[in-house]
Design a protein around this ligand. Sequence first.
Ligand code: PLP
Length: 375
Amino acid sequence: MNSSIKPRRNIAVGGPVLDGNEALYVQECLRTNSISSVGRFVADFERKFAEFCSVRHAISTCNGTCALHLALIALGLKPGDEVIVPTLTYVATANVVRYCGGRPVLVDVDRTTFNIDPAAIEAKVGPRTRGIIAVHLYGHPAEMDQVRRIAQRHQLFVVEDASEAHGAEYRGARVGGLGGCAAFSFYGNKIVTTGEGGMVTTNDDVLADKVRLYRGQGVSPHKRYWFDVVGYNYRMMNLAAAIGLAQIERVDHHLARRRQIAAHCDAQLASLSEFVLSPGEALWARHAYWMYTVLLSDKVKKTRDEILTALEDQGIETRPVFYPMHQLPPYREPGGAYPNADYCASRGICLPTHGRLTDADIERVCTTLRHILQA
Ligand SMILES: *Cc1c(COP(=O)(O)O)cnc(C)c1O
């Protein structure tokens, strides 16, 4: 190798920024011997997160999948029940319905927001339908008024899967309090992270008590070592909550930086508008930009995967848009037609989006993409 060629730093697609009180708080856990789920940070993080979402209750869990599962348990989902789920999502959204013995019923998405298409929901409502999970994919909120209206008409519950959308707003209201309850993920690459972690948020006192009960093995709140129900151990560690509290203290800064990054990408990609469509932001939405996700146009001759590989060869990590559920073996549906999800999944690229990107990184990503598309 020619040693005069300076190796360029790889640009990661995502990752945390841990530049607040994270280390201080983790050290406090170690110093005070409070590393399990017992400790001050669990309650402090839950309180701060509830404030952040303007909800009455925030109940921490060991990951986002557990948070979604607990939401469905607390809502009383039973074997044979059906839940409406967008086909374009992360697999956990559909899996939790199966964990309860239910059946996820898939619905196509909107091409500009990547979120559930309200106009396609009602055709999928049947006698066994119990609820709708609206996912705020990649940080853009779902069209909640329309989802709620349909839910009301058919007496269905609404759960928000807000795993990718901390701080996103729908008509001026933060996600997390827009349905019966919501689930968040704090996985290492999410907007707010605890390494592994999750949260259920709700304004419903009864539902909140149920989530707490089932999270903690179902132990009676009145009698130690007494169990009336089969519960789970889905608790968050104090160690993780310590990181979460530090993250939420600086969340406004983290969210603002993501919007700057998105605006910078928009500007850099404006001259490529023939080839790539930048992520839209509906008039009623405030995007949280978990992942800045573009769609390739018909003008692009290379395949999406060829473009991902070419970016990787230049040290730029990206990800393909999720495979829709109807393409995956557990949820495959012969004859199911989801043209918008197929369209987004075959043309979508998540570009690097995280708080450690420099302006030079963003320019390098966009310039490299331009060269690949115009080659
Ligand atoms: C990350 C994610 C989850 C699951 O969260 P984990 O913390 O990884 O269990 C669920 N739904 C969506 C849409 C996600 O992005």
